[in-house]
Design a protein around this ligand. Structure first.
Ligand code: GUN
Length: 293
C-alpha cells in the first residue's frame, strides 16, 4: 500500500518553482505577485491564508495579504479587488472562501479579472475547463490532486472515478479534470445521492471532499482502490482527520492520501503553480507545464 505524500511531492515542486523564479529574476524581470484577500476572522481561513502567504514568499513570490474586517461591505470588497485588477505587479488574486453571508460570493468571483483568477473560479475559466475552449485556470485542489496522481504514475485512463462532493471549489472542477478528453468515467455523488456506497464500491479512484469524519468506511470501497481524501476536520480532541476512516480503508487500498500531509500541501503548491502560470502568460511566455492537464 502506497501513502501518497503531498508533503514530499509539494516539496519537490516548490524547489523547481523556486529555481524558475530565480531564473526570471536573473533576467531582470520582476517577482511574480499574488494578492490574498481574507474577510473576517474565521480561524481555519486565517491558518490557510497564512500558509499560502508564507509558502509563496519562501519561493520568491511577492505576496500581499489583505485582511478586512467581518463587517466589510460588498462594495468595499469589490473596490479592493478592482485596485488589484489594475495593479501591473499583481498576477494572481485570491479571495478566501467562505465569505461572510452579507456578501454575494458570485459577484465577488465575477469581479476578479479572469486573467488574474488564480483560483480558477470565474465562470470564464470554469467554462474553458468544461468545454476545452481556450486556456483556463484549473482550481488549486483539483490541480494538486492531478499533479500528485501524475507524480505517482497513477493512470486514470478508462478508470471508474467517483467524486464525493459537488462543490464549485473541489467536486465539480475535479470531475471536469477527469472527464477532459474522455479519459475516465466519472460519477459525482452529493448530499442527495440515494445510495452512496453503491457508487463508492465501483470506484477505481475515489475522491472525497465533503467535510465529514469517517464518511467513507472500509466496507464502502473495493480492494485496490486509490483514495484521495480532501477533507480537513478538527475533532473535539483537536486531532485533524479527513473524511475517510484512514486506518481501515488503507488496508484495502492500492494507494491513499493521509490527512494532514496529503492533499493540503498540494493545494497550496498549485496556487503557486497557477500564480507562475499567470505571470508567464502576462509576460508572453508559454503556459506553465504544471498548470496544464
Ligand atoms: N476555501 C477553501 N478552499 C479554497 C480555495 O481553494 N480557494 C479559496 N479562495 N478559498 C478556499
Amino acid at each position: 500500500m502506497l501513502i501518497l505524500s503531498g508533503k514530499e511531492v509539494s516539496k519537490k515542486i516548490k524547489e523547481e518553482l523556486k529555481k524558475e523564479i530565480d531564473s526570471y529574476l536573473a533576467q531582470g524581470l520582476r517577482k511574480p505577485g499574488l494578492t490574498v484577500i481574507l474577510v473576517g476572522n474565521d480561524p481555519a481561513s486565517q491558518i490557510y491564508v497564512r500558509r499560502k502567504r508564507e509558502t509563496a514568499e519562501n519561493i520568491g513570490i511577492n505576496s500581499i495579504c489583505v485582511t478586512l474586517p467581518q463587517n466589510t461591505t460588498e462594495e468595499e470588497l469589490v473596490e479592493t479587488i478592482k485596485r488589484f485588477n489594475e495593479d501591473e505587479n499583481i498576477d494572481g488574486i485570491l479571495v478566501q472562501l467562505p465569505l461572510p453571508s452579507h456578501i454575494n460570493t458570485h459577484r465577488i468571483i465575477e469581479t476578479i479579472r479572469p486573467d488574474k483568477d488564480v483560483d480558477g473560479f470565474h465562470p470564464e475559466n470554469v467554462g474553458r475547463l468544461a468545454t476545452g475552449i481556450g486556456r483556463g485556470i484549473i482550481p488549486c485542489t483539483p490541480l494538486g490532486i492531478w499533479l500528485m496522481l501524475k507524480h505517482y504514475d497513477i493512470d486514470v485512463f478508462g478508470k471508474d472515478v467517483v467524486v464525493v462532493g459537488a462543490s464549485n471549489i473541489v467536486g465539480k472542477p475535479m470531475s471536469l479534470v477527469f472527464l477532459k478528453d474522455e479519459r475516465a468515467t466519472v460519477t459525482v455523488c452529493h448530499k442527495n445521492t440515494k445510495d452512496l456506497s453503491f457508487h463508492t464500491k465501483k470506484a477505481d479512484i475515489l475522491v472525497v471532499a465533503v467535510g465529514k469524519p469517517n464518511l467513507i468506511t472500509a466496507d464502502m470501497v473495493k480492494e485496490g482502490v486509490v483514495v484521495i481524501d480532501v477533507g480537513i476536520n478538527r475533532l473535539e480532541s483537536g486531532k485533524i482527520v479527513g473524511d475517510v476512516d484512514f486506518e481501515n480503508v488503507k488496508e484495502k487500498s492500492y494507494a491513499i492520501t493521509p490527512v494532514p500531509g496529503g492533499v493540503g500541501p498540494m493545494t497550496v503548491v498549485s496556487l503557486l503553480v497557477n500564480t507562475l502560470h499567470l505571470y508567464r502568460l502576462r509576460h508572453g511566455f508559454p503556459p506553465h507545464p504544471f498548470a496544464q492537464i
